[in-house]
Design a protein around this ligand. Structure first.
Ligand code: NAD
Ligand code: ZN
Ligand code: ZN
Length: 346
């Protein structure tokens, strides 16, 4: 089968021919119908050798959807032909976190060497994908895979961040979204669907600001040195009760620090290397800072239900598998509108 792999440190992702995998006991093989490209893939491919923690070659793609294609021994509960989305943050399945569906916070995954597909295990940017356990599959039902595959990360991650901030976001509150890219443009819609907040989007690109306004931001402002002051003035000096930073760079965490209200929350979702020291004379009194990771399995079901209800959609640019390296280049340049999604069958 064909797959998109990161093969050498510092190299470009490559389209290669690899053996079609067979599902082992308990595993499920999917024929991949759609796979989304995430900025985190660039983070992984940008790591120098001394910080690189994955085995090469690495088949990329941690947003996956497919059709059940073959069942390993002992698998029950799904049938060949079922359309499914893949819940990516795989855990041990046995601990307290996993028992409540929060495999994204499984403390045993790393010590046991359990890695998400595309971030250690072979990923979804291939014609076929092996999923370790049937519990990682969420039925897609009548949802169109290309349109919804990115809800498994670009939807689930902001959903998890927003849901854990809801107590700060009553009607009349203000929420800031920094970075209206893949995650951010879905995050804005999730905030519109779940809260009565006024939403202020910040980005450095005119096109992304236009997209932010189109998907529901009440204000779309340049992400520059004046941004925090602009948010203070929009909120009568109070600041934003929640700031979702989908960039996480030094400049954006500084905006978050200056824009968050007392007793508000900053959710640092982007992995741009910015740090936000919390304490007196740094963040406002009572404000909390959190760096959430991905989301829970039940939250994935909920975000798919939001799409089913028509409340959330992903702006998709569709690519063939052999175009994946070009799609990654566009993602890196910042010119993808919404999410780049690869259809391996094409
Ligand atoms: P993306 O490239 O699609 O979007 C990034 C957006 O940020 C773009 O619109 C870009 O114009 C904008 N931007 C860049 N610099 C900016 C600045 N200084 N101020 C405001 N906007 C700026 O990326 P994505 O796939 O949406 O990922 C966003 C971030 O979230 C990445 O760092 C990614 O690695 C991370 N991520 C984290 C998790 C998690 O679990 N915490 C999950 C997925 C992705
Ligand atoms: Zn991701
Ligand atoms: Zn666990």
């Amino acid at each position: 089968m064909r797959a998109v792999q990161y093969r050498t440190i510092g190299g470009e992702p490559e389209v290669v021919e690899v053996p079609t995998p067979e599902p082992g006991p308990g595993q499920v093989r999917l024929r991949v119908t759609a796979a989304g490209l995430c900025h985190s893939d660039w983070f992984v491919m940008g790591l120098p050798a001394e910080r690189f923690r994955y085995e090469l070659p690495l088949t990329l793609g941690h947003e996956g959807a497919g059709v059940v294609d073959a069942l390993g021994d002992g698998v029950t509960g799904v049938a060949v032909g079922d359309p499914v989305a893949v819940y990516g943050p795989w855990g041990c399945g046995l601990c307290h976190a996993c028992a409540r569906g929060a495999e994204n916070y499984c403390p045993r995954a790393a010590p046991l060497g359990i890695r998400p597909p595309g971030l250690g295990a072979p990923g979804a940017l291939a014609e076929y994908l092996i999923v370790d356990d049937v519990r990682h599959l969420v039925p897609l039902g009548d949802l169109e895979p290309v349109a919804t595959v990115s809800l498994t990360d670009a939807g689930l991650t902001p959903y998890h961040a927003v849901v854990s901030s809801l107590d700060k976001l009553p009607a009349g509150s203000t929420a800031v979204v920094i970075g209206a890219g893949g995650l951010g443009h879905v995050g804005i819609q999730i905030l519109r669907a779940l809260t009565g907040s006024t939403i202020v989007a910040l980005d450095i690109s005119e096109e992304k600001l236009a997209l932010a306004a189109e998907v529901g931001a009440h204000h779309a402002l340049p992400s520059d040195a004046s941004a925090a002051e602009a948010i203070r003035s929009l909120t009568g000096g109070v600041g934003a009760q929640a700031v979702f930073d989908f960039v996480g760079a030094a400049a954006t965490v500084e905006i978050a620090r200056k824009a968050v209200a007392m007793d508000g929350v900053v959710q640092l979702v982007g992995i741009g290397g910015g740090l936000l020291p919390t304490g007196f004379f740094s963040t406002p009194m009572g404000a909390s800072v959190r760096a959430p990771y991905w989301g829970t399995r039940t939250e994935l079901m909920e975000v798919l239900d939001l799409a089913r209800a028509g409340a959330v959609h992903v702006e998709v640019e569709e690519y063939r598998l052999d175009e994946a390296p070009e799609a990654y280049r566009r993602l890196h340049e910042g010119t993808v509108r919404g999410r780049a999604v690869v259809v391996p069958g094409n």
